[in-house]
Ligand binder design. Structure first.
Ligand code: SF4
Length: 292
């Protein structure tokens, strides 16, 4: 719970504030950009919400914050904001909110499908989210893009009996019990509409998930940069091999998709699969240029 005593000095005067526990994960700035902005190593309230719509977005950011660093001076019931998650991104794809501190606020997604719902990376195992996922039919598969974003995977396994999927190279002590470990350099078909593609680079066992040749869930491999206005990879957060990550990015040129939905950084929809392919190719060129 956020503390008024730890309120950051750069917050705009008024009800909402960010306190000193902020880890600068960017979630609030993406969810409620009218209210939150980037400060020096943290987020802060740049402007108090101007109307009910902005207040609702600010409360959704409060709910989603992984460290409970956002507070209101006046006691507020955030139940309606909590009930807004998972929030639709497009068609059957939603953003789960409720990010986890152990995955540095990484975003996770819900894919609703008649054959069984899929969770991409683990959100926080919060009560309101679990209840809503139950109402929407539970979770059949929990796809883990890599070892950093597994968060509360055991909570979801216990609640929904879902199979967890992870590349063997990213197994750690906490994920030894995962139901489906896969190996090798070839893509793994999980269902007719779900293709797991190995993308070593950020970590050795990183992979991305392609759904309906339309949505690519990219974990920490590929994201949209608001500042640069294009697709990027995170050179400073590449823990395994930048050269491998470039090769993995090149292999994505063989696939068709319109959406990039990452764990960190912005999501992006291109005007067509052809435009997306050009944007990924541009990202590859940029990665080669920053190679070192
Ligand atoms: S969501 Fe929370 S931890 Fe993340 S930047 Fe905002 S206040 Fe900080």
């Amino acid at each position: 719970m956020a503390s008024l005593a730890a309120r950051l000095p750069d917050n705009a005067p008024g009800d909402f504030y960010v306190d000193r526990t902020c880890i600068d994960c960017d979630a609030c700035r993406r969810i409620a950009p009218a209210t939150f902005e980037e400060g020096d190593g943290h987020s802060y309230v740049a402007r108090q919400p101007a109307d009910e719509a902005e207040r609702r977005r600010a409360l959704m950011a409060l709910v989603a914050c992984p460290t409970a660093s956002i507070g209101t001076a006046v006691r507020t019931n955030a139940a309606d904001a909590a009930a807004a998650f998972p929030e639709t991104v497009d068609e059957n794809v939603s953003f789960c909110g409720f990010t986890a501190e152990s995955s540095f606020g990484a975003w996770s997604y819900l894919i609703e499908r008649p054959e069984g719902n899929v969770l991409v990376d683990s959100p926080r195992g919060a009560g309101p989210l679990l209840k809503e996922l139950e109402r929407r039919g539970g979770i059949e598969t929990l796809f883990l893009t890599h070892k950093d974003d597994v968060a509360d995977h055991e909570v979801f396994r216990k609640r929904f009996g879902c199979r967890r999927v992870l590349r063997a190279d990213d197994v750690t002590a906490g994920t030894r019990g995962v139901e489906r470990l896969w190996k090798g350099e070839e893509p793994e078909r999980l269902a007719p509409d779900l293709l797991a593609i190995p993308t070593p680079g950020h970590t050795r066992g990183h992979s991305v998930l392609l759904h309906r040749d339309r949505y690519l869930f990219t974990g920490d491999h590929l994201a949209w940069s608001r500042r640069r206005g294009r697709l990027v990879a995170f050179r400073d957060a590449c823990w395994y091999s930048w050269a491998e990550q470039i090769r993995s990015m090149e292999r994505l040129l063989d696939y068709s998709f319109e959406w990039v939905l990452p764990g960190h950084g912005g999501w992006h929809r291109a005007a067509s699969p052809e435009v997306m392919r050009d944007e990924v190719a541009r990202c590859v060129e940029w990665m080669r240029a920053v190679r070192r």
